[in-house]
Design a binder for this molecule. Sequence first.
Ligand SMILES: O=c1[nH]cnc2c1ncn2[C@H]1C[C@H](O)[C@@H](CO)O1
Ligand SMILES: [Zn+2]
Length: 348
Amino acid sequence: MAHNRTLELLSRLPKVDLHLHLDGSVKPETILELALQQGIDLPVYHKEGLIPHMRVGNECGSLIEYLSKFHFTTKFMQSGEALERIAYEVAQQSAAHNCKYVEVRFAPQLHRNNGLTVEETIHHVVEGMKRGQRDYGVKGGVIVICMRNHSSKSNLEVIEGAAQFVGKGVVAVDLAGDEATYPPEFFREVFAESTRLGIPVTIHAGEAAGAVNVYEAVTNLGATRIGHGVRLKENRTILDMVKERRIPLEMCPISNIQTKAVPGWEAYPIREYLDEGLLVTINTDNPSVSGTDITNEYRVLADRFGFTTPELVKLIMNGVDAAFLDADDKLSLRREMEDEIRCLGVSM
Ligand SMILES: O=c1[nH]cnc2c1ncn2[C@H]1C[C@H](O)[C@@H](CO)O1
Ligand SMILES: [Zn+2]
């Protein structure tokens, strides 16, 4: 186990989180308050009792089971006010772990039950993050998600909505949901539109299905980053392509074990990928569903794989390199983080 000094250092190191879902980052306390405000019944009225409804347990057997937890939370995320509040609270929670930059992703079509438009949902999430940046100093960007189980029409609406906010808070678009049932080739038409509009793309791939999905995402959907990519190790040729093109992998260790992207920690390829020279980044995916936070992700890696402090710093700085930021903003984030790391007495 990482002893106290390592844990203390991990929590103080400046970090980034590039893969975090808004609807997987809701505090149970917030659900309690939103339910009262919105007049929605809850199964229980105390924080501890809500956790089992929001979080997966050790017995989680698949991505499908993992995804079932989101139905509970999204019921409370159907107003602009709720979206803004939850985005704001992501910045608050990020600051508590010295996370300097966070890319928050959400699927607009899951938040329209009470009549919000796609653009309105995006507007409120952007506003919440802006307010979070003002109050907590956490910089951020929004990634707008298309869902695998939605129609092309619905996903095209999402791309068009996202395009309105590029340069005004939105940094990319994504594809999430049940990967095994809906392979990436079903979405060529949708992502042809994001390419046409010049919006950067990241795709969840190689999580609940094989490496060919990573190939499809990069070559036909225009992905310049990959969500997870855990199963890339199953195909040497595709792994080499990802390496040559310097496509960052947004890995989310705790979530990847829970969804059974690999059978267990002994099969988790992070050490292999780092040694191969792949651009691996560490992220949380869904703090409230996975019961994790960004410090915990690094702690688990230190414990399970014996990563040294310089290796952990390398993983952190890979995240800065992979961020959907323009060159100037990336350089200033990099400098700010390097200065802070040096101040902690860690050599770079
Ligand atoms: O790890 C994931 N893989 C695929 N889909 C996911 C993952 N985590 C969350 N989602 C889905 C469920 C959410 O409701 C949706 C939008 O954030 O994205
Ligand atoms: Zn995800």
